[in-house]
Design a protein around this ligand. Structure first.
Ligand code: ADP
Ligand code: NA
Length: 321
């Protein structure tokens, strides 16, 4: 994830961290805070450093264990930038220009505010993946095109220079793990949303989270029922409830049958506060004295670098550097 905010939001937790927590048990997983990606848009240096630490602390607080996974900061492993350069030399200009995320973002920023780094962002992402001879990349639907590009680059490199990269497979998260903005329940909840009235932050004070849930947009029907089309607000709250409790949606619908949205929201607020209370406390504790966090990140960067440098050495050799 990009360190693009002081706190992660509940979509990052349900759509990414909860799944990564599972994956780390059975895979040799690499998770990074991608600060090199974050500087493709303007940054305040001190604030970026702070956000990077905070993001890493939240990964750990949410259960990514540095003893089970390799959890590091992207810029601590220079091989990412080095491999990205080499991959950029085998990426077509038109090919990169077809990335829909770039088209969306650049049309929003305008061409002068759009950096070349934003354009080559997917190439850096390909390097992030290929350095670790990755088999599987767990991503949201929106990142599928970037993983396809990564696969194309890996195959192209292998066919030009000889078998070097593992061609990775994307594993797309389920649609039911997608969380929407509480005030605008057809838009994805995002840590870079313009207004945070509908964003549940992991590090929010519990009272603030509860208030945001009580104010969530619903509808006038009054029944707690899952229907994404007709009832996006209530459906979104049901998905959050189900994801955090591990319960099935019909069982939650039954529990709240014949009761109003007020009761349902109160119930959900309790679930959210119970789940995030301990996560928030652990994260804030780590951020209170960052020496230990910095030490853990340095050790993990060292582990990542060992693997990454092996790949990079092979690549340099293959291309004649
Ligand atoms: P954000 O929009 O909050 O900045 P990113 O685009 O950096 O999030 O995504 C980081 C991770 O969190 C990705 O794995 C992404 O799939 C997941 N994610 C982000 N927002 C949501 C959401 N609303 N619902 C489910 N997963 C999400
Ligand atoms: Na593991």
């Amino acid at each position: 994830m990009q360190p693009s905010a002081d706190s992660l939001q509940i979509g990052n937790y349900i759509g990414a961290l909860m799944q990564w927590r599972e994956l780390q048990e059975s895979y040799d997983a690499f998770f990074s805070v991608v600060d090199l990606h974050a500087i493709t848009v303007a940054q305040d240096p001190e604030h970026l450093r702070e956000k990077t630490r905070r993001t890493a602390a939240q990964y750990i607080a949410a259960g990514i264990e540095p003893s089970k996974s390799t959890l590091y900061v992207q810029s601590h492993v220079p091989a990412h930038a080095e491999l990205a350069w080499i991959l950029s030399t085998i990426t077509g200009f038109g090919e990169a220009g077809r990335m829909t995320q770039f088209k969306d973002k650049s049309s929003r920023y305008g061409s002068d505010a759009t950096s070349v780094g934003l354009f080559t962002y997917p190439v850096l992402m390909a390097a992030d993946i290929l350095l670790y001879r990755t088999d599987i990349v767990p991503v949201g639907d929106d990142q599928k095109q970037h993983v396809e590009l990564t696969r194309d680059l890996a195959e192209r490199f292998n066919s030009r220079f000889g078998e070097t990269f593992t061609v990775p497979m994307p594993v797309i998260q389920q649609e039911t793990a997608r969380i929407y903005d509480l005030q605008n329940p057809t838009a994805k909840m995002s840590k870079s949303a313009e207004s945070d009235a509908g964003v549940l932050w992991l590090l929010d004070d519990p009272a603030v989270s509860a208030k945001k849930i009580m104010r969530a947009v619903t509808d006038s029907e009054g029944s707690v029922r899952y229907d994404r089309e007709a009832k996006p607000g209530v459906s979104n709250l049901l998905v959050i409830y189900a994801a955090l409790t591990g319960r099935q949606i019909p069982s939650i619908e039954d529990e709240y049958a014949g009761r109003g949205y007020g009761d349902f929201k109160k119930g959900l607020a309790e679930v959210v506060v119970n789940e995030f209370g301990p996560v928030r406390e652990r994260a804030l504790q780590m951020l209170d004295d960052t020496a230990e966090l910095d030490r853990v990140l340095a050790v993990n960067a060292g582990r990542a670098e060992e693997v990454a440098n092996r790949t990079l050495t092979d690549v340099y050799d293959k291309v004649g550097l």
